[in-house]
Ligand binder design. Structure first.
Ligand SMILES: [Zn+2]
Length: 342
């Protein structure tokens, strides 16, 4: 087994504002945890910056050039998305780390990879920054995978917030299937079960909105009864995960009750899905996660899964998660996608 981690101290040069939850301390906490007890089989690499062409596969040229013009400056792009002089460089490196992860895994240079980056990406829309995100790292990575020969790319988003930007970029596409489990109703407001994609992409967007308070066991139902059967039927050539850790029980921004074991079980389920569909090709990208010890421990648990740990979900799911899965399956059936029973 070989696992690549892409990270860079220049990610710490992005300062979204004083007291902001998405602080450089997040990555400091993660790297301190990894340094405390390095994991066998993990190699850390420095990413390159994403090219203009790679960025413009997911974003408008006008938006990319607007961000480039803000290089070296402080600015507010959105009520909760600010940039500092180092932000553009950090954002291009974050997207480049996502692309580099895909390239390494697609070329067989690594079994899997984890891009430990900031700023995060899944709220970034084609033409605007949003929700702490400047460039949509997952979308840029998925487009890079398509370029590198992947015919079908599966994006799984377990961040507690819906990845509205990623959904918007791929909602009319059938070659990139986007699946999200998230707290709802909640920021950013999108991600209802009835959002199943548009046009040729109908049935290739899968949203499982959940009320707050859901546990590891509840997430287990979402994965076993929805994500895994949909993923197997889609038969991806690569799986990309928008791996946010703000569904953690200790996270200050949301109300879920997931633990490190739950994140390990989600990673393990996708590791097995990748092994059975695409030779194990799996790329994790860091999104949110705002309780520093919980974030660091959850990233470690995910890395353990990438290097071979297997974890199961506990039993005991509640009715809210079971009902949510049934609603999403009904919405997908209406869009012509039959989800097989596990
Ligand atoms: Zn989030």
């Amino acid at each position: 087994m070989s696992t690549l981690v892409f990270t860079d101290p220049r990610f710490l040069d992005h300062h979204p504002g004083p007291g902001h939850a998405e602080s450089p301390a997040r990555l400091d906490a993660i790297m301190a945890e990894i340094g405390r007890a390095p994991l066998a089989g993990v190699t850390i690499e420095t990413p390159r910056a994403a090219t203009d062409t790679e960025i413009e596969a997911a974003h408008s040229p006008a938006y990319r050039s607007k961000l480039a013009q803000l290089d070296g400056q402080y600015a507010e792009l959105d009520p909760d998305t600010g940039v500092s002089p180092g932000s553009w460089k950090a954002a291009r490196l974050a997207a480049g780390a996502a692309v580099g992860s895909v390239e390494a895994v697609m070329a067989g240079r690594a079994d899997n990879a984890f891009a430990l980056v900031r700023p995060p990406g899944h709220h970034a829309r084609p033409g605007r920054a949003m929700g702490f995100c400047l460039l949509n790292n997952a979308a840029i990575a998925a487009e890079a995978a398509r370029r590198d020969g992947a015919e079908r790319v599966l994006i799984v988003d377990w961040d507690v917030h819906h990845g509205n930007g990623t959904q918007e970029i791929f909602q009319a596409r059938e070659d990139v299937l986007y699946m999200s489990v998230h707290q709802f109703p909640f920021y950013p407001g999108t991600g209802a079960a009835g959002e199943v994609g548009v046009g040729a992409g109908r049935g290739a967007t899968v949203n499982c909105p959940l009320p707050g308070g859901q546990t590891d066991a509840d997430y287990g139902v979402v994965f076993h009864d929805l994500f895994l059967p949909v993923g197997r039927a889609f038969a991806p050539d690569l799986i990309i995960v928008s791996a946010g850790f703000d569904a953690h029980a200790r996270d200050p921004l949301a109300e879920m009750r997931v633990t490190e074991r739950g994140f390990a079980a989600m990673g393990s389920a996708l590791h097995e899905l990748a092994a059975s569909t695409c030779g194990g090709k799996l790329v994790l990208l860091l999104e949110g996660g705002y309780d520093l010890p919980a974030l660091a421990a959850s990233v470690r648990a995910s890395l353990e899964v990438l290097t071979g740990r297997r974890e199961d979900f506990p039993r005991g799911a509640g009715t809210a998660a079971i009902d949510a899965v049934l609603s999403t399956r009904a919405a997908l059936r209406g869009a012509g996608r039959i989800v097989s029973q596990t």
